[in-house]
Structures are given as C-alpha cells and as structure tokens.
Design a protein around this ligand. Structure first.
Ligand code: AHR
Length: 315
C-alpha cells in the first residue's frame, strides 16, 4: 500500500459527493428471521439515503463473500458492508479493500483480523449477550439442579464463540448448573428442531433437562416444536432462553412456551451509514467498535405487545 488509510479517507472525502454513493453489501444469507430483518433494514436505510446498494447473498459460504468483496473492489464501490459468516480468514481480502482505499464496515459479527483493515464494526457485545442469558437462568432456577442443553450458532462464527463463552461465565461458580449437551444448529429453525430431537432422545426423553440455551431465537423456535412433539411443555418443563428478540419468540413467550430473550437490533446499517457519512464528509474516523444495546425480555415484559410492535418490521 502506498498511502495510509487516513490519507485515503481524506482523498475519498474530497472525491465523493453527498449522495449517489454505491455500497456493496456482502450478506451471510437468510438463515434466520433476524438476518432477514437486517437485510430489509439495510435496503431501507440505503434507499432513504439515496445510495445504490449492491447486494450479494453468500448463502452461508465464506468463499462467496470473498468473491463478492473482490467484485465490489473491481466495481470501485464507495464502501463495503460485510456481515462475516465466520471470524477467521479475512486478512487478504480486507487488505485488498484497504489498498483500493474502500472503507469496509463490519456488521453484527466480528473477525480476528487487525482492526486497521476495516473502518469500524457495528454490533453488540456478543459475550455480554451470552452472559445476560446465563444470568437470567441462574436467577430463575436458583439452587435447584439444572441440566442444560445448548444449541450453538454456526461453527466458527463470532456469535457462536462469544455467546457460548458469555453463558459459561454466568453459570461458572454455580455448581448446580451443568451443560450436558451442546451442538450447532447453524442458527436455523430446522437445525434447532433436528438437534433438539437428538438431545431429547439422548437424554431419555428430556424429562431431566431443565433448560435450553439457544444462540438465537430461530433455533429455540425449532426446538420448542421438538419439545412439544416429545410430549413436554416448553417454557415449563424445559426453560427456554435465547437471543435476538424476533417477533416469533415473543409469540412463544406470550403463549408461555419460551421464557427469555436478549435483544439484538437488526438496525446495524443505520449506525454504519452514519459513520460512513462522517468519514466521507471530512475523513472523521469512527470508533473501531460501535456497540448496539442488548436488552433482556422475559414473559413479564408484555410479549404480546412486543410481538405486535415488531411483526411488520421485516423479520
Ligand atoms: O450474527 C448475528 C446472528 O446471526 C443472529 O443472532 C442470528 O439470528 C443470525 O443468524
């Protein structure tokens, strides 16, 4: 690279007008309701701001994301949004974007690359989300013995790694809690159902499972179906705690079939575009991490009302 990124920023600020920017968006796929909402809101935000959005659906494959980014670089887009499916393996392509002086903003998931290879990352504290879920469970169960099954997100993705760690931090030191089964359901409803069926079978029908921790609501919803088909009551016989706060989990909570969820806002594009606009305007460098909120919702938080408020938001 012959120029520093900051020099590139200043040059870009001079060369790009206030609107008509073209943004390349490499999206992971459509594995969950949350992902669908993030895509919808990104399209809406781009339209409202007068950007042209080049959208690429990677269908869960990192190689498709890398190819999309290279194509965006070849088109000389004004910025790239990347929701990285896994945490590793991004150094080369991010370096290529940097050398082309195209700012990259990470959405919702993290990478293990040096943070000078991207402009900023918008997302939640994923470890904190797992901790919030675990602390809720510890508080709800108290001193009783609690055998937990865990549905993990996509293997190698930052939310799967961090939500697993945060949850373990919360139950650590509470000897009555034990994670007895843990497997990926790939963040999908069908994966959640299938893996929960195998958990129930392996655990003698599931009568001794106290709680399910799912890394997202979609897997929890699939698991709820499996639990019902096994003749157990989700939300009562087996506590359900998950992450995202999608409308369907509020419906399940209103029906007493899920207990708690930790919100992940799907509006990652709003803060990302705000940061890009400041950068384009005068080269302002944003914080390296723009953190979104993680709020806990339980059955006490008007789940029926939350469902109504969210059901038309693109999930
Ligand atoms: O990266 C965010 C996670 O990805 C969401 O929690 C999950 O629903 C999605 O697939």
């Amino acid at each position: 690279m012959t120029r520093t990124f900051l020099t590139g920023a200043a040059l870009l600020a001079l060369s790009v007008g206030a609107s008509a920017q073209t943004i390349g968006f490499s999206q992971i796929g459509s594995e969950s309701g949350w992902r669908a909402a993030e895509t919808t809101l990104t399209r809406q935000q781009a339209e409202e701001r007068g950007y042209t959005l080049q959208f690429s659906d990677a269908q869960q494959r990192q190689e498709n994301q890398i190819a999309a980014i290279r194509s965006f670089i070849a088109q000389d887009v004004d910025a790239i949004l990347l929701a990285p499916v896994v945490a590793t393996g991004w150094d080369s392509v991010l370096q290529e974007a940097k050398e082309a002086e195209i700012p990259v903003v990470l959405l919702d998931r993290q990478v293990d690359s040096s943070d000078d290879l991207y402009l900023t990352a918008v997302g939640s504290d994923l470890v904190h989300e797992g901790r919030v879920a675990g602390e809720w469970l510890v508080g709800d169960v108290g001193d009783a013995e609690c055998r937990i099954v865990e549905l993990q997100g996509t293997t190698g993705s930052s939310p799967a790694i961090d939500r697993a760690n945060g949850f373990r931090q919360a139950i650590e030191g509470h000897a009555n809690f034990e994670i007895v089964r843990s497997q990926t359901g790939d963040f999908t409803r069908s994966g959640g159902k299938q893996v929960m069926e195998s958990f129930l079978q392996a655990e003698g029908g599931g009568g001794n499972i106290c709680a399910l921790y799912a890394h997202n609501d979609d897997m929890a919803i699939g698991a709820i179906q499996a639990i019902k088909e096994a003749g157990l009551r989700p939300g009562e016989d087996i506590r359900i705690v998950s992450i995202d706060a999608v409308p369907d989990i509020f419906q399940a909570m209103a029906a007493g079939e899920a207990n708690a969820t930790v919100e992940l806002t799907p509006n990652m594009a709003g803060p990302a575009f705000d940061a890009l606009e400041a950068f384009w305007a005068d080269g302002t460098m944003p914080e390296k991490f723009i953190q979104t909120e993680s709020r806990l919702y339980t059955q006490a938080d008007d789940p029926a009302g939350e469902y109504e408020a969210r059901k038309d938001l693109g999930y």
